[in-house]
Design a protein around this ligand. Structure first.
Ligand SMILES: [Mg+2]
Length: 224
């Protein structure tokens, strides 16, 4: 298997970031970390005749037709997910405490939002972040996150923190950027109960006030 690489559509976004060398960096996911993804998606499903059977930590395999109780075929599930991002990205509810924690951390770190979403949804995501008091640069990624995190860490040459809800994103970052501190964060309490700490994360924290304290503590321990 070839080594994972950065997708062509991501390079121009990375080049536009203007990351500062020598300043610590927080790279945060958006869905289920900055925005209440599940809550919003469930409301959208309900409006479209479906619901989420939350018996496991998966989306596409858990969507059911509300009338028939049957599992939605993969194509239907994907269409619903696409439709949700297209129609509701701008109006998603922010995770409580996220904006305040990031604002406080901004005194010492730079912040980038790294979200796997269609590039066409990036302006809506930026708008939602600005509305929520989190107007940080957004990279709309495709595929594994590890190579993108590696690239950013190489530029800043300072402590880097990575936050994400999905375990395989932590695995990807651990593989190519083991020096980056990985925080497993799941905003929705129901989802959070479904899985334990990601195997390749360093910390499991589901509360932004605690994330702030953790990052501040780690920066001090590292002499920053
Ligand atoms: Mg996420």
């Amino acid at each position: 298997m070839p080594a994972p690489r950065i997708h062509d559509s991501v390079w121009p976004q990375l080049d536009a970031l203007a990351l500062i060398e020598g300043r610590p960096l927080v790279i945060t996911d958006a869905d289920e970390v900055l925005f209440m993804f599940l809550q919003g998606f469930e409301a959208y499903l309900e409006d479209n005749g479906h619901y989420l059977d939350l018996s496991s930590f998966a989306l596409v395999g858990n969507i059911k037709n509300a009338a028939t109780e049957e599992m939605a075929p993969v194509e239907v599930a994907k269409d619903l997910l696409d439709g949700f991002f297209r129609e509701r990205t701008e109006t998603m509810t922010p995770v409580p405490g996220a904006a305040a924690a990031l604002a406080a951390l901004s005194a010492r770190v730079q912040i980038v939002v790294l979200s796997n979403l269609p590039e066409a949804s990036r302006p809506a995501r930026e708008k939602a972040l600005a509305l929520a008091g989190m107007a940080y640069p957004v990279v709309a990624n495709t595929g594994l996150k590890g190579p993108v995190v590696r690239h950013m860490a190489d530029i800043v040459k300072a402590p880097v923190f990575f936050l994400d809800d999905i375990p395989h994103n932590h695995t990807s970052v651990a593989q190519v950027a083991p020096d980056v501190q990985r925080v497993h964060f799941i905003a929705d309490p129901r989802l959070a109960r479904l899985i334990g700490p990601a195997e390749h994360s360093n910390h499991r924290v589901d509360d932004w006030a605690e994330v702030r304290l953790l990052i501040e503590r780690e920066l001090e321990a590292l002499g920053w």
